[in-house]
Design a protein around this ligand. Structure first.
Ligand SMILES: Cc1cc2nc3c(=O)[nH]c(=O)nc-3n(C[C@H](O)[C@H](O)[C@H](O)COP(=O)(O)O)c2cc1C
Length: 344
């Protein structure tokens, strides 16, 4: 991996912690509240937050969304995330494995995840640009085998790339490449954005292409256009000023859920900031929630105590919300909009 790419990844880890670079619009979960049910007719200890995903059991339907890999700092970072995922029983998406494909030395920062989480669902991640390179499939499959990955996540990030001077902006043919991978790649595929979100129309196209699991990765949380803007130097003033115009560009996650009716498996990520956003996302129709930015600071710590505690707060909040509305199983919560009231 070149120094430039390594530096970019370091910049990303630092800048993504700056809340001022988040979207100023919300993902929309604050426009919903649960209707309290004072007669839940269930016992708290009978509530089961467990679910199945990719044929495996999860203690609760949460994905730690793809973040890092390939630089020295990612080794501990991914070790922490994997330890936490294994401990609390949620799924883990790793950051783009591109670096691990190009450089032997970068592989350990990914493989450590499987070492720390022998039974967890771990997913590899790759940008669409690498998917469009027809030479890469065998190498990716081998890497996923070494990682014992349960699936491969493909990220679409057209505007993020466009605001990187060195970005990869060849997106013509992306859908066809996805169709080829659906036919030929040995693992299940998940397609996500990185914070600008998948619109209803794009989700339909992905479904027609054979994709069965999508992650909205919508607007409201980490904002890759603003983060890339911060990395631009003053002599890239035109691109920098243009990036300001796009500071709130994207599909807010809750809005996509509100209009989406699909039989696909839907992961809702992008702007889930508060633990109550998870049960709200489920009631709006998601099968699972995903969080990245909300865990970033804890994941950078030297030990996993705070990270695990934070994830357990998300899990406990889900259980309490289920008690508050009177449902005992996750399947009764998913898509049950009667449990929610929209605040106008
Ligand atoms: C530091 C950092 C690095 C990220 N790297 C990747 C990546 O390599 N691949 C990817 O698909 N998404 C990446 N993302 C995007 C997240 O997976 C997620 O889609 C996005 O941050 C929106 O979720 P959030 O609002 O909870 O942060 C990254 C996010 C963060 C915060």
């Amino acid at each position: 991996m070149t120094r430039d790419i390594e530096q970019r990844k370091r910049d990303h880890l630092v800048l993504a912690q700056n809340d001022a670079l988040n979207f100023s619009i919300s993902a929309g979960f604050d426009r919903w509240r649960f209707i309290h049910n004072a007669l839940p007719e269930i016992n708290l200890n009978e509530i089961d937050t467990g679910t199945t995903f990719l044929g495996k059991e999860l203690q609760f339907p949460l994905l730690i969304s793809s973040m890092s890999g390939g630089i020295e700092e990612s080794f501990n970072f991914n070790a922490n995330l994997a330890t936490a995922a294994e401990s609390v029983g949620c799924a883990l998406g790793l950051g783009s494995v591109r670096a691990g494909l190009e450089n032997e030395q970068a592989r350990d920062s990914f493989l450590i995840a499987r070492e720390k989480a022998p039974t967890a669902i771990i997913m590899a991640n790759l940008g669409i640009a690498q998917i469009m390179d027809s030479q890469s499939m065998d190498r990716v499959a081998t890497f996923c085998g070494d990682l014992q990955a349960n699936a491969l996540i493909i990220h679409l990030n057209s505007l993020q790339e466009a605001f990187q001077p060195e970005g990869d902006t060849q997106f013509k043919g992306a859908l066809n490449a996805i169709k080829t991978w659906v036919r030929e790649f040995p693992l299940p595929l998940i397609v996500k954005e990185v914070g600008q979100g998948l619109s209803i129309e794009v989700i339909q196209k992905l479904q027609e292409a054979g994709i069965k699991i999508i992650d909205i990765a919508g607007a409201g949380g980490s904002n890759w256009i603003s983060i890339e803007r911060e990395r631009l130097s003053e002599d890239q003033s035109i691109l920098k000023q243009t990036a300001h115009e796009f500071a709130n560009w994207g599909e807010p996650t809750a809005e996509v859920l509100e209009t989406l009716g699909t039989d696909m498996c839907v992961i809702a990520s992008g702007g889930l900031k508060r633990p109550l956003d998870l049960p709200k996302a489920l009631a709006l129709g998601a099968n699972m929630g995903g969080i990245a930015g909300a865990l970033l600071k804890q994941a950078m710590a030297t030990d996993t105590g705070q990270l695990i505690e934070q994830l357990l707060v998300w899990k406990k909040t889900l259980k309490m919300a289920m008690f508050g509305v009177g449902v005992s199983m996750i399947d009764e919560l998913i898509g049950n909009r009667h449990l929610l009231h929209k605040i106008d």
